[in-house]
Design a protein around this ligand. Structure first.
Ligand SMILES: C[C@](O)(CO)[C@H](O)COP(=O)(O)OP(=O)(O)OC[C@H]1O[C@@H](n2ccc(N)nc2=O)[C@H](O)[C@@H]1O
Ligand SMILES: Nc1ncnc2c1ncn2[C@@H]1O[C@H](COP(=O)(O)OP(=O)(O)OP(=O)(O)O)[C@@H](O)[C@H]1O
Length: 292
């Protein structure tokens, strides 16, 4: 048997870093939302008790370093499963881009194996696996719009954003999330108003959401990748209601509700960068109503 799961990317609308914790991670408060730029994860039964990984993109590991492999291994061990699986990942999300590409593949693998192996996992059981793989994996289990706290693994759902276009521009460099957190001095950094962002989302106030976009990590990555500042400036000149770097970067996104602006942004930015996308938002997965 074979099951297919869509694996959407995320953007961070508000990302505040409160400080460093004793376990080496940083305490965060962030509002995230899923976007319709997605990988496709296919899981198929194998006759022998092994995990195999194939991806469509170069430079993505096809062994135990792949987050989808780690999710499958963790499920096999937790549920004492002696079956094999072939995982095939069609990558559409740019790699090491601040869009949670690897994390969403791991989350999709958890949802897929739950179906393939009839595990009847609750949402909480999926989160227990997710937190062992990475901080962003928990959000990606359900997706939609949510507040993430702790190291990013504590998820509280929020209402969907008003409909809009998300235009993404990925500079031709990749950054290491660990390195960006390491270089951050959270005391002297800018801190966005996460609570006001939540209120704007609840009011369905699109322009308020755009004005409140903020990311504590942006200044750190911007110092290393000069293109980010140039892309932001160029997008501003073309015109968008809101512009921000996602996660640890270097992808920059713009939000607009006007189709004409979306078209102008795509055309203008394509002359500037090779990886440009315009996508809609993605609704949360309707998870597990059968078991909860
Ligand atoms: C930047 C974000 O993408 C925003 O959503 C996340 O905070 C990062 O989430 P992630 O990529 O899933 O991160 P993980 O794989 O858990 O951690 C990678 C590395 O980033 C650093 N890290 C990550 C999350 C966090 N709250 N504090 C950290 O300091 C740690 O050095 C960690 O070793
Ligand atoms: N399925 C996967 N897809 C992409 N990268 C993966 C995957 N599994 C492991 N990796 C590794 O993870 C690294 C980070 O890639 P990823 O695309 O997840 O970064 P990111 O979008 O910046 O993550 P985040 O936004 O969660 O910080 C890559 O360099 C790659 O070696």
């Amino acid at each position: 048997m074979k099951v297919l799961e869509k694996a959407p990317a995320k953007i961070n609308l508000s990302l505040d870093v409160l400080g460093k914790r004793d376990d080496g991670y940083h305490e965060v408060r962030m509002v995230m939302t899923s976007i319709d730029l997605a990988d496709r994860v296919e899981c198929e039964d194998l006759p022998e008790d092994t995990i195999s990984i194939r991806t469509s993109a170069p430079y993505v590991p096809e062994d135990e370093r792949n987050f989808a492999y780690q999710a499958a291994k963790c499920i096999k061990e937790t549920y004492n499963i002696h079956r094999g699986v072939a995982i095939s990942i069609k990558k559409n999300i740019p790699v090491a881009a601040g869009l949670a590409g690897g994390s969403t593949d791991a989350a999709a693998t958890i949802r897929a194996l739950n179906r393939l192996w009839n595990l009847e996992m609750t949402y909480e059981a999926m989160l227990d696996i997710a937190v062992q793989i990475g901080s962003d994996v928990a959000f990606c289990i359900k997706g939609g719009t949510a507040l993430a706290t702790g190291r990013g693994e504590q998820i509280a759902p929020l209402p969907s954003l008003p409909p809009c276009w998300v235009i993404l521009v990925k500079p031709a460099v990749s950054v290491s999330t660990a390195q960006i957190y390491k270089e951050l001095d959270s005391k002297s950094a800018d801190h966005p108003d996460v609570d006001e962002m939540i209120e704007a989302i609840k009011r369905e106030d699109f322009l308020g959401i755009c004005q409140l976009l903020g990311n504590t990590l942006e200044a750190v990555t911007m110092k290393k990748v000069a293109d980010i500042g140039k892309i932001k400036q160029h997008m501003k000149t073309i015109g968008a209601e809101g512009i921000l770097m996602s996660g640890s970067g270097p992808t920059v996104f713009a939000l607009t509700q006007h189709e004409s602006r979306m078209q102008r942004l795509i055309n203008g930015m394509k002359g500037y960068c090779s990886q440009v996308f315009a996508v809609r938002l993605c609704k949360p997965f309707p998870l597990l109503s059968k078991y909860e």
